[in-house]
Design a protein around this ligand. Structure first.
Ligand code: FNR
Length: 189
């Protein structure tokens, strides 16, 4: 059974991106994957600094690293901040990228497959930021699947139950989740 780690690049309480990744995560589960849905707000970390690291890797970085190592796939919904990745997601990627106790470099990212999505109140839905998220992940060894969806007008896009009001949009986010689960299943067959 493929194992998928799902999270957003926002720690905001009512994050649109956390809602979006939750839809994809449920669909991945329905497609047969074992999904761990995280909220990065539960893993606060200082901004990465090699001096801090030399004093000892924070517990939350170690916990996140273990979670990455224990999963085959990543479902990530990242807001766009000033046309790029959020500092939260980049900081998480940086802490998790650091080798611990003789591990190979970037061990947490090798052989991982990721699917990306974004939500924004703006018209483009965060599409420009995903270009950067994709490039960063690919450069550290993650296979990022070509399909991605950016949901614009996010402030009015979600129903009270967390689903997307637009059925086609709901189906396209769900298919990102089920698509990743199916892709990982095919790899292991
Ligand atoms: C934004 N936002 C934003 N939106 C966008 O579509 N393009 C952008 O370049 C930016 N830039 C940006 C910078 C900063 C510093 C902030 C705080 C916000 C708006 C952003 O999409 C909006 O706050 C979302 O609601 C953030 O996602 P979550 O937290 O709802 O998941």
């Amino acid at each position: 059974m493929p194992r998928i780690l799902a999270f957003s690049g926002s720690a905001r309480k009512d994050s649109f991106n956390q809602r979006l990744v939750t839809i994809a995560a449920r669909a991945a589960e329905e497609a047969g994957a074992e999904v761990t849905l995280l909220n990065l707000a539960d893993y606060p970390l200082p901004i990465f600094n090699e001096d801090l690291e030399a004093e000892g890797t924070p517990d939350n970085a170690l916990k996140l690293k273990k979670l990455f190592l224990a999963h085959d796939g990543l479902l990530i919904s990242c807001p766009e901040y000033n046309s790029s990745i959020t500092p939260l997601l980049k900081n998480t990627i940086d802490w998790v990228s650091r080798p611990i106790e003789g591990e190979p470099r970037l061990a947490a990212y090798q052989y991982k497959v990721a699917t990306l999505m974004a939500a924004s109140p703006g018209a483009l839905g965060g599409l420009r930021g995903l270009v950067h998220v994709r490039a960063i992940l690919q450069n550290i060894g993650v296979t990022v699947l070509p399909g991605q969806v950016a949901v614009g007008g996010a402030a009015g896009a979600f129903a009270a139950d967390g689903s997307l009001k637009d059925e086609k949009q709901q189906a396209s986010i769900a298919s990102l989740g089920s698509g990743l689960a199916n892709y990982l299943q095919r790899l292991s067959d």
